[in-house]
Ligand binder design. Structure first.
Ligand SMILES: C[S@@+](CC[C@H](N)C(=O)[O-])C[C@H]1O[C@@H](n2cnc3c(N)ncnc32)[C@H](O)[C@@H]1O
Length: 278
């Protein structure tokens, strides 16, 4: 399919899925390929015929929703941001958690793909921050809409390309090579649990100290849906808890429940909840 035809189709399609074209501009080629494959599977002549098909086949929208997912991830993605999480955010959250009598730092990776983000946090804790807080453990829930990715997350074996941004000593001590893959040791793997969730359904409940929602809602979802997701994440965080978004993302305007965490553009602190007396 020619690029301009696919772009026109995406610009028509995405708002109907509550997604936004800007998020897809750079990754459109892979999405267009999937759509073309689907058009061929259905033995339709072209994208216009597919558009007509969509008018009479409501189920097809679910398939399209799937086709529009981008699943790229890697360990230690946005290194500068994660270094800030390591040196400033986690120590502060740990102090607050201990002061509140917690024994576990609770975290959530929303849109966790194959677990790269969740296990990056576990490694940061195990190899660095957690050494100063032996009385505190860490656990992380990873959620994703894609069952196949979650199965891979549980298995926790990766290509070298996926883990190469990790500090060399962490890589050596935490992974064992099995053929062409690097598998995370089970002690660390067991600190994460994974569950299938469409974040738009807002099922995950919790009182997390830190939530990662990167390269998903704030890239691909439209503004109204972003605000809904942000409000939902706000409810899942403890007061003073941290929200980490992608290095190239920003939060939608019109939501006042967060403030920037020092100078970091991609890290936010949940403002204290103020209850009005009746
Ligand atoms: C680009 S990856 C980002 C992975 C990781 N957060 C990172 O930044 O490296 C986006 C992930 O979000 C998941 N995803 C997309 N739409 C979702 C939805 N509605 N609910 C939950 N997960 C979703 C995809 O399956 C994919 O694994």
């Amino acid at each position: 399919m020619k690029d301009d035809r696919c772009v026109r189709f995406l610009q028509w399609l995405l708002p109907q899925l509550h997604m936004r074209w800007q998020g897809f501009r750079k990754v459109r080629k892979q999405v267009c390929k999937r759509i073309q494959r689907r058009i061929s599977e259905l033995e339709l002549t072209d994208v216009d015929a597919y558009r007509q098909y969509l008018l009479t086949h409501a189920d097809e929208w679910r398939i399209l929703d799937h086709s529009c997912r981008v699943t790229v991830s890697r360990f230690y993605r946005d290194k500068v941001v994660l270094e800030h999480v390591r040196t400033e955010v986690l120590p502060e959250l740990a102090e607050a958690a201990i002061a509140a009598g917690d024994t576990t730092l609770r975290s959530w990776s929303a849109g966790c793909a194959m677990g790269e983000e969740a296990y990056s946090l576990i490694l940061i804790w195990d190899k660095s921050v957690g050494i100063d807080y032996p009385q505190l453990d860490i656990e992380i829930v990873g959620s994703d809409i894609d069952e196949l990715l979650l199965q891979k997350a549980i298995r926790a074996c990766y290509t070298y390309g996926s883990i190469k941004a990790l500090p060399g000593s962490w890589l050596k001590s935490a992974f064992t090579q099995q053929n062409n893959e690097y598998c995370l040791e089970s002690r660390l793997r067991n600190k994460a649990c994974f569950s299938r969730q469409d974040i738009r359904d807002r099922h995950t409940k919790g009182s997390f100290h830190i939530v990662f929602c990167r390269n998903m809602a704030f890239t691909y979802f439209d503004n109204a849906l972003q605000i809904e997701i942000l409000d939902y994440i706000h409810h899942t965080l403890v007061d003073g808890g941290a929200l980490v978004i992608g290095g190239h993302e920003s939060l939608p305007d019109g939501f006042s429940g967060f403030e920037q965490w020092s100078k970091q553009r991609a890290i936010f602190r949940k403002k204290l909840t103020v209850y009005n007396e009746a």
